[in-house]
Design a protein. Structure first.
Length: 269
């Protein structure tokens, strides 16, 4: 006699529910293994990109943009920072310890002339997995990660982007502001890392996030939001690399829908 369909469906539902529970538990535990598949795909893509760039006449410096999905979804990055050779290694809803875990595979091997980092927003949104002082953990994590990158790449320029007050995460705003203030002060006292205030351009006069700069989810940026970031990031890189003008020749409008995202692209921060 066959197994009743209802019982099979129940088993399947239990299995799927268990898999989802395991994935959420791993995320809560900051287990980097949940991103192994994504990191493997990024490695393959970047290896192809670097191979093609090495065979091209473009001798502009190589800059890695690393962090969570606010970096990953910056789909106009190459045009926004041209002619720099930009490598986008952002992934998913990554937490700071996960980015640190994969730095040896996603950041260091490409020997970049510069590294731009954005990570920590997801950690604050999740209360660093309900720990007592998430702000302190993010600040220490950022300092440790940037210090590790500098130790491995002593000649690379390092930039740390300010965390943003995401429209749909108001509970995180005080922590975001505190992390930004502490990291800005640390960078001001440390010539090895520059802080770029990518938070202020996204706010209105009352200090609230400008909704028109965010995608449908109120977390990620849309094309206008990334243009606001480009306006403050590109001049700072231009000050370091002589091949870069202060204004981008970005084909605005052609990637609006992609940069805005869709309900199918739900990875946070």
């Amino acid at each position: 006699m066959g197994v009743p369909w209802g019982e099979m469906a129940g088993w399947a539902g239990t299995a799927l529910g268990g898999a989802l529970a395991l994935r959420l538990a791993q995320l809560d535990a900051r287990d980097p293994r949940v991103w192994e598949g994504a990191v493997w795909s990024i490695e393959r893509r970047i290896r192809r990109q670097v191979t093609a760039a090495d065979a091209s006449p473009n001798t502009a410096p190589r800059v890695v943009f690393a962090g969570s999905s606010s970096i990953r979804r910056w789909r106009t990055l190459a045009a926004d920072m041209a002619p720099l050779q930009t490598l986008n290694v952002g992934f998913g809803g990554a937490l700071l310890p996960q980015v640190a875990h994969y730095a040896g595979r996603l950041i260091l091997p490409w020997q970049p002339a510069g590294v731009v980092l954005y990570v920590g927003e997801n950690d604050l949104a999740r209360g660093v997995v309900r720990r007592p002082d998430p702000v302190d953990e993010v600040v220490r994590g950022l300092r440790d990660l940037l210090g590790h990158i500098h130790q491995a790449l002593p000649n690379a320029s390092l930039w740390c982007l300010a965390l943003k007050r995401s429209h749909s995460r108001p509970a995180s705003w005080p922590g975001v502001d505190q992390v930004n203030a502490e990291i800005a002060a640390w960078c001001a006292a440390d010539a090895l890392v520059e802080f770029i205030d990518t938070s202020r351009p996204l706010l209105d006069e009352s200090g609230r996030p400008r909704r028109e700069l965010f995608a449908w989810d109120g977390i990620h940026l849309n094309a206008a939001g990334y243009a606001a970031w480009t306006a403050v990031v590109r001049p700072r890189l231009a000050a370091r690399f002589g091949c870069l003008s202060t204004s981008a020749n970005t084909p605005t409008g052609e990637a609006d829908a992609a940069a805005a995202g869709s309900p199918a692209d739900r990875t946070p921060g």
